[in-house]
Write a protein that binds this ligand. Structure first.
Ligand code: V47
Length: 366
């Protein structure tokens, strides 16, 4: 399809369309254009071309469960409604290994392929706690993929346990860690981080920890939290940093743009994101991140309706059935709990796509 037949209202998209159709990488200026252009449908069409070139109509989803062993956290991030500070720890929860296993056990059968495990930065939970947890989970549910611990948690575990990061990763991998989720990346820019997540792993360290994880052959995801105090150029620089690291390691499987939910956070004066920013962030991400295979429309944060439309704006993955999600729920997320497999499939079919049940490594199941 020649680029000029796409009829953009923003003519800056015409040379970008040529690049998208010939698989040429967008530069920073072009990344800014797709991030800020008022021609939302034009950007969306381009992202859809790229998405269909990569995955056709396939839309991935998985059957998973979330497990948050503790919400006690040393970091007190302004963006977060989930944590309880160390000084008020009796108001939160910190499960023993047995309690954590029991929290999910009743809801796991052989159809559940993934456990997504993240939690607060608990000053007393060292690496041996997570080793025991992973071993116990693997013993009880040997078929389950453990996608656990963000780069921020791994970094914190190394300092709490007083051992080097490489050893932390090796010990956890030996205990059953299969891959890592993409949280904690937020926005890498230091000034923005100072406002939304001061006192936690900084942007360059997040990338460095990822490098160490990928060097061990462990895959991970990556995220970007948008719709708070950042501007378009912060988002673009964040995406370019992820793209650069992916060129080096190839270890990212999927990128997840996370829509900021202000309720019950220290930033509750900010408005929630609108559908336009949600869809344009998905589309721009698909176009800029030419080397990351999958873009996830995380329905828990986007809401079901925007997540469904995002499947025409560059997203090819909806994540999963989830059941007990606490991070977005604490911040007023309307999407709340879980979704039956049938409903996810219906959502995908209604969008004109083909549902593909996947495992965490994006292999089709069945
Ligand atoms: O790291 C915290 C974000 C992340 C809020 O890798 C908030 O497959 C919005 O990373 N409003 C956790 N977002 C979620 C996450 C994730 C989710 C699903 C799949 C995967 C994956 C990763 O949620 C945190 C932070 O960036 N977050 N508070 C909030 N108020």
């Amino acid at each position: 399809m020649p680029a000029e037949t796409l009829r953009f209202t923003d003519t800056r998209l015409i040379p970008i369309a040529e690049k998208v159709m010939t698989g040429v990488r967008l530069d920073r200026d072009e990344a800014m254009v797709v991030t800020t252009s008022l021609d939302l449908l034009g950007v969306g069409r381009l992202a859809n071309i790229r998405r269909e070139a990569l995955h056709g109509d396939s839309t991935f989803f998985n059957i998973n469960r979330h497990l948050n062993p503790t919400n006690v956290c040393a970091a007190s991030c302004a963006l977060c409604a989930f944590y309880v500070p160390w000084g008020e720890r009796d108001k939160g929860w910190t499960w023993t290994v047995e309690q954590a296993v029991e929290a999910v056990a009743g809801d796991i059968d052989e159809t559940v392929s993934e456990l997504h495990i993240v939690g607060g930065l608990h000053p007393k939970l060292a690496v041996d706690y997570y080793e025991n947890l992973f071993r116990e989970l693997k013993q009880r549910f040997p078929w389950i993929h453990l996608k656990a611990l963000t780069m921020v948690e791994l970094d914190f575990l190394a300092s709490v346990s007083r051992i080097n990061l490489g050893e932390v990763i090796d010990r956890l991998a030996a205990a059953g860690l299969d891959s890592c989720p993409g949280g904690g990346a937020e926005i890498f820019d230091a000034d923005i981080r100072a406002q939304i997540c001061d006192h936690k792993t900084d942007g360059s360290r997040w990338l460095e920890v990822t490098r160490e994880v990928h060097a061990r052959g462990i895959k991970s995801n990556c995220t970007m939290l948008y719709g708070h105090v950042e501007e378009a150029h912060h988002r673009v620089d964040h995406l370019l940093a992820l793209r650069e690291l992916q060129d080096e390691t190839g270890g990212f499987q999927c990128f997840i743009p996370l829509a900021f939910h202000p309720e019950n956070t220290a930033l509750s004066h900010l408005p929630p994101t609108g559908g336009r920013l949600d869809l344009q962030t998905i589309a721009a991400s698909r176009l800029i991140l030419d080397n990351i295979p999958h873009i996830k429309a995380y329905w828990i944060m986007l809401g079901e309706k925007i997540a469904q439309v995002a499947l025409a704006f560059g997203a090819d993955d909806l994540d999963g059935t989830i059941v007990d999600e606490r991070i977005t729920k604490a911040a007023g997320g309307a999407a709340g709990a879980g979704m039956a497999r049938e409903r996810l499939e219906r959502m995908i079919r209604e969008a004109g796509r083909t549902p593909v049940l996947r495992d965490t490594l994006y292999r089709a199941i069945g």
